[in-house]
Design a binder for this molecule. Structure first.
Ligand SMILES: CC(=O)SCCNC(=O)CCNC(=O)[C@H](O)C(C)(C)COP(=O)(O)OP(=O)(O)OC[C@H]1O[C@@H](n2cnc3c(N)ncnc32)[C@H](O)[C@@H]1OP(=O)(O)O
Length: 212
């Protein structure tokens, strides 16, 4: 598990499937523009959500997917990121975890929403666990999001390729990563947030080639 993440985690209200993480954004988390990288934020979100899922399930969980995310605010060095995660609904072996991210100016206390995301975690080893009492709105919506998630997956597979208007040949970027201990979580596996951070890094380089 990311050291910076695990240090900042604590329960908000003692409820075992709600987790909150608070982190100051430092230069080591930022890009060349002194802005928090999306990959770093995804790592923190995944780690926080994983803890919420594992506390709920009472066993190890892995990230199965994360739904679309829109980042609404740029986060800069010196600001504070606050991530809240909670299990919205448990299905059989999977759980939907809602993640709410805000950014705060330390001195003024002004807080803005950065994003909302929904991750699916799967309990391993598989087993059944009862659905706990939870907020009814999120509970109902989780079912609908789950349905759309699978429509999205089947839609992606059958979608016809669209001819690119501008050649993207020169934007091809490949990254080979050696999985080292700092990339592993508390189970000794690479965690979903780390994979997303690597993907985001390569995508950023590819996008910069395209606009050059
Ligand atoms: C690559 C990495 O290292 S990323 C790092 C962390 N993540 C991982 O290691 C996960 C790697 N992936 C896996 O282990 C598997 O693909 C799993 C566990 C996600 C799914 O395994 P499968 O054998 O395909 O799952 P299976 O069909 O039995 O379904 C298990 C549950 O996962 C859910 N599930 C499977 N795929 C997805 C998906 N893409 N999105 C959401 N939920 C999913 C199913 O709906 C099911 O939920 P339910 O039990 O509540 O009904």
């Amino acid at each position: 598990m990311d050291q910076n993440c695990s240090r900042g985690m604590s329960d908000t209200d003692g409820s075992c499937d709600k987790v909150q993480m608070c982190q100051s954004v430092l230069p080591c988390h930022a890009n060349h523009l002194e802005e928090l990288g999306a990959g770093q934020l995804l790592k923190w979100m995944d780690t926080t959500a994983c803890l919420a899922a594992e506390r709920h399930a009472g066993m190890a969980c892995v990230t199965a997917s994360m739904d679309d995310i829109q980042f609404e605010e740029t986060v800069r060095v010196g600001q504070v990121i606050n991530i809240k995660a909670r299990v919205n609904r448990a299905f059989n072996t999977s759980m939907e975890v809602g993640i709410y991210v805000t950014v705060q100016e330390v001195l003024s206390g002004v807080t803005k929403k950065v994003c909302v995301a929904f991750s699916t975690f799967v309990a391993k080893p598989t087993g059944t666990h009862k659905v706990r009492k939870q907020e009814m709105l999120e509970y109902s919506l989780a079912s609908e999001r789950r349905r759309l998630r699978f429509v999205d997956i089947s839609g992606l597979c059958s979608r016809k390729p669209v001819a690119p208007v501008v050649s993207t040949e020169l934007t091809r970027v490949e990254s080979i990563e050696l999985v080292l201990p700092p990339h592993a979580n508390h189970h000794g596996n690479t965690f979903g947030g780390q994979i997303m951070a690597w993907m985001e890094n390569v995508a950023t380089v590819a996008a910069r080639y395209q606009i050059q």
